[in-house]
Design a protein around this ligand. Structure first.
Ligand code: TXA
Ligand code: MG
Length: 311
C-alpha cells in the first residue's frame, strides 16, 4: 500500500527515505520519485518502480549550494546560474567529486552528475530533514506523462512506492531546465527559459535545445506519451478533441490569454485529460494548437513533440 502523507508527516517521509524506501514528493516543476542517492538498492528500486531503462542517469536533489559542494565541483558559469536560479526549476550537470559517495546507478557510470536545488517548500523541508542527497526522476512510469499532482503519482505508481507527500498542484508544471558542460549549454529546455539563462550569463547560449532531439543521454523521443496519437500545430478545432492556446474553439485550453507560464503549468494535466477525452470519444488522436517558440514555449514544444513522437 502506498501511503499519502501530508505536510505534518514530513518526519515520516524522511524516515522512509533513510530506510531506503521510495517516497514521491512535490517540487515546483513536477513530482519526483525520491530515494537515498547513496543507497544502491534504493536507487535500483526507482528503476524497478518506473520500469525505466537503466541507462538513464538521475537528478540528485539537495537543499542548497553548500550541500551540493560536497558532491560536485562548480565551474564559474555554473555558479553564476546557481546563484541566479537556485532554489528553482533548474538542474546543473557538473563534474562529480571523487569522494562523493553517490550510487553508480545515479550517474549511470558517468563522471558527472545532475544536481538540483528545488524551491518547493515541502521539498526544501524534506531535503533538510532527511540530510541525504535524494535521487529523483519524475514520479511516473517510464514513457508516461510527468505527474503534477499527488493523484497523478498514485495513478501510475500506487502500490509500487512506499508513500507520496501531497503538496497539491505543481506551480511550474514542466521539468527543470538542464544546463551542463564547459562552456555551459542548455541540455534540456524546462522551467528556466533560455533567455533568462542568457541574461544571467551575459552571453548567448549555443543553439541546441532542439525539438525532439535527445540531448541529455537516454531521453527517449516518445517520453511523456499519452496513449492517444497527437497532431501538433493545428490552428483550429476540427473533428477531434482540440487542445487550444489563446483564442478559438477548443475542448481544453492551455491558456486562453496566450500566457506561456500558465500553459506550462497546465500542460501535463491537460494532456492527461485530452487522452481521456479522446478515448471516451473512440478517436485515435487529438490535436494541439501551435505554441510560440520563445521563452517557456521552447520547453512546451519540446514536451509536445516528444508526446507526439511515433512509438
Ligand atoms: O524537474 C525535474 O527535473 C524533475 C524533478 C523531479 O526534479 N526530474 C526529472 O528527472 O525530470 P528525470 O529523471 O525525469 O530527467 C532527468 C534528465 C534525464 O533526461 C537524464 O538523462 C538527464 O537528466 N541527466 C541526468 N544526469 C545527467 C548527466 N550526468 N549528464 C547528462 N544528463 C543527465
Ligand atoms: Mg521524466
Amino acid at each position: 500500500m502506498t501511503k499519502t502523507l501530508t505536510q505534518s508527516q514530513l518526519l515520516d517521509a524522511a524516515q522512509l527515505l533513510r530506510d531506503g524506501k521510495l517516497v514521491a514528493f512535490p517540487t515546483e516543476t513536477v513530482y519526483g520519485l525520491g530515494a537515498d542517492a547513496t543507497n544502491d538498492l534504493a536507487v535500483a528500486a526507482i528503476f524497478e518502480a518506473k520500469n525505466r531503462p537503466s541507462f538513464n542517469p538521475l537528478i540528485v536533489h539537495l537543499p542548497d549550494v553548500a550541500a551540493a559542494e560536497a558532491f560536485v565541483t562548480f565551474t564559474d558559469e555554473a555558479r553564476t546560474l546557481a546563484d541566479a536560479f537556485w532554489p528553482g526549476p533548474m538542474s546543473l550537470v557538473l563534474p562529480l567529486r571523487g569522494d562523493a559517495g553517490l550510487s553508480d546507478l545515479v550517474t549511470a557510470g558517468l563522471n558527472t552528475v545532475a544536481i538540483r536545488v528545488p524551491a518547493h517548500p515541502l521539498a526544501q523541508a524534506l531535503l533538510r530533514e532527511v540530510g541525504l542527497p535524494i535521487a529523483a526522476p519524475s514520479a511516473n512510469p517510464s514513457g508516461k506523462i510527468s505527474p503534477t499532482t499527488a493523484a497523478h503519482v498514485l495513478d501510475g505508481l500506487s502500490g509500487r512506492i512506499a508513500a507520496v507527500v501531497d503538496g497539491g498542484q505543481c506551480g511550474v508544471g514542466l521539468e527543470s531546465s538542464i544546463f551542463g558542460g564547459d562552456p555551459i549549454t542548455l541540455l534540456r529546455p524546462g522551467g528556466i527559459s533560455r533567455e533568462a539563462a542568457e541574461g544571467a550569463l551575459g552571453r548567448a547560449l549555443a543553439q541546441g535545445g532542439g525539438l525532439a532531439k535527445p540531448n541529455a543521454p537516454g531521453q527517449l523521443a516518445s517520453h511523456y506519451a499519452p496513449d492517444a496519437g497527437i497532431r501538433l500545430n493545428v490552428e483550429a478545432k476540427q473533428d477531434v478533441a482540440h487542445l487550444g492556446f489563446g483564442t478559438g474553439t477548443a475542448d481544453l485550453n492551455l491558456s486562453p490569454t496566450g500566457n506561456l507560464t500558465e500553459a506550462a503549468a497546465n500542460l501535463f494535466s491537460m494532456l492527461r485529460k485530452m487522452d481521456a477525452l479522446t478515448q471516451a470519444a473512440g478517436a485515435d488522436h487529438f490535436t494541439v494548437a501551435p505554441i510560440p517558440q520563445h521563452g517557456l514555449g521552447l520547453a512546451i514544444n519540446d514536451r509536445l513533440t516528444r508526446a507526439a513522437a511515433p512509438r
